[in-house]
Unconditional design. Structure first.
Length: 256
């Protein structure tokens, strides 16, 4: 989920990932029925944005998620998305493997986990990296407020030419459903602290607002996404676009 330039080649609308683990890790053979839950989704988007930066050259992307969770709070998920080849040295797909634990304490949800970003087909380049995260969410009136901190420790894949670099991302999100309607509203602001390949130089701030409509298993979304960064990218067709420029992202998703 980043832009890797110089030949190596970053708000997904929904990252339920953002995980694949051995079935035994979730007690599939020993847990009573109902202790394990499987979920999945598929989404089509007009642009795949990660922390405000386009991963699909401002073109359509398709994504899929499958996850498994246990009543103990442990979960694992695999998230996949199509990406443009400038993101990770020619790779045209991103696969996120995530494992974590979540628990509710008096209405406050604490979530701790680890992300592994994998880019198959990157011709052996250092593109994959790990990123632990923690989030705390709580209901404030009718709205659900969440604070998330992602920290990627020093790794070669994050280098901007000065050895290994790390990266810190702090974000706040608010979401609420409109009573008696199928509509929901959301707002987001985040800051990436650089320098690393996740920021392509200095740190920057991203933000966005969105509205979604749910009908049965389908969700339709429209999000406005923007940043205070400029990041011109030359794609494989020789065209230059500012991948961090403001844009409107539409999506259609189905949950199962």
């Amino acid at each position: 989920m980043r832009i890797l330039m110089s030949g190596r080649a970053a708000l997904g609308l929904f990252v339920a990932a953002p995980f694949a683990f051995a079935p035994s890790a979730f007690g599939q053979d020993t847990a009573p029925p109902g202790d394990v839950t499987l979920t999945g989704s598929a989404t089509a988007l007009t642009d795949y944005r990660f922390r405000g930066i386009s991963q699909s050259d401002k073109r359509f992307a398709v994504q899929g998620t499958i996850g498994v969770s246990h009543v103990s709070g442990f979960y694992a998920t695999v998230f996949g998305s199509s990406i443009d080849d400038y993101v990770a040295n020619g790779s045209d797909q991103e696969i996120d493997l995530i494992a974590g634990w979540s628990r509710t304490y008096g209405g406050t949800i604490v979530d701790i986990g680890m992300l592994y970003y994998y880019y198959p087909g990157s011709a052996g380049a250092n593109t994959d990296f790990v990123e632990p995260y923690v989030s705390v969410a709580h209901m404030v009136g009718p709205a659900r407020a969440k604070l998330t901190v992602n920290y990627a420790p020093k790794q070669k894949a994050l280098s901007v030419g000065a050895g290994k670099e790390d990266n810190l991302y702090v974000a706040g999100d608010v979401a609420m459903g409109i009573p008696t309607t199928p509509f929901s509203l959301s707002a987001h602001v985040g800051h990436s602290f650089g320098p690393s390949y996740l920021t392509i130089g200095k740190g920057y701030t991203d933000w966005g607002v969105g509205v979604s409509y749910t009908w049965k298993a389908l969700t339709f979304g429209v999000n406005y996404v923007d940043t205070d960064k400029h990041l011109p990218i030359i794609d494989s067709a020789g065209r230059t676009r500012d991948s961090a420029k403001a844009g409107v992202v539409g999506s259609i998703g189905v949950a199962f």
